[in-house]
Design a protein around this ligand. Sequence first.
Ligand SMILES: O=C(O)CCC(=O)C(=O)O
Ligand SMILES: [Fe+2]
Length: 360
Amino acid sequence: MANTFDKLEVDFIDQDESVQVVADTIGSSGEEVPARYVRPEVEVDPVIVDAEGYSLPVIDLSRLLDPEFSEEETAELGSACEDWGFFQLVNHGVDEGWMQQTKSDITEFFRLPLQEKMAVAIPPNGMQGFGHHFVFSKEQKLDWVDLLFLSTRPVDERNMDFWPKKPPTFRDSLDKYSQEIANVFAKLFKSMAFNLGVDEETLLRAFKGQPQSVRINHYPPCRQADKVLGLSPHTDGVGLTLLLQVNDVQGLQIRKDGKWFAVQNLPGAIIVNVGDVLEILTNGKYKSIEHRAVINPDKERITIAAFHSAPLFCTIGPLQELLMTDEARYKTVDGVEFTKGYFAAKLEGRRYLESLKLGR
Ligand SMILES: O=C(O)CCC(=O)C(=O)O
Ligand SMILES: [Fe+2]
């Protein structure tokens, strides 16, 4: 069955080179970084480290679910989504065995010879598979990353052509991981609905069918790490993102008070962030915050981001229940328009969300 991403098949972009592989070409060599990867801003941008009195909120899922503590923890969750748009989730209950298996299968996939990874290469103008998204000109700046992007839910919309067959356990472990993460997502949404004072069903309806996709990021090391970016600054065009670091190399930075805050991922914690769609649904109460990924000079870094989106064929706008007490701060658009607008703006270095804001 055709997947939502196949339906979208990016007709709005003319890609000339869908697969640009960093790792197997220039990743570990000591040569000069090619000009199209050089980002002069990385060296000069101010970065906040933990010691400066900032610390990323930590939310405990077991407390959210425990009647004795849930009210207190839900208030913490709300503040984290309002003030930071990011938090670390501990005691999330994701099966440790599957988490480890997923991590080792992902690592093994990226270790395969290029030829074998190309078996699931992103086709021209496609979204799913291994490679690099939206490479459409020789002048365009590129991120220092090779990714594997897959649509994981609804299950019957998966396009297995892009799911690696090697290592042999890859498909099974990603399937289980996707289910575990979908469960966490549903629990978080329940608490968020409570915090927002809206009916749980209303919020879940906005994510009907629980569409989920994963972006598995492989950031090769780079001798001149302060000249490149693994992922350039962006916000996620989805509801919620759950990010797992596959190895213990840090690299995520988030926008805080005009500087970049370097996240120190707690061992085993999942990093959760609010995306543009949730900012719109909550009428701006929860914030979708800009973030980026920096590169390590010696070590590769691997992460898996699970995106929970609104279905493509739906409308995205502030929840009606919130508009009883507040005026709409964002336009309502349909899912296809939103997705196209998000990617088109991103390629121009703009934020689509800004053009949806009302009353400025
Ligand atoms: O790898 C990271 O630390 C960030 C990943 C991310 O922001 C994304 O995939 O959207
Ligand atoms: Fe992101």
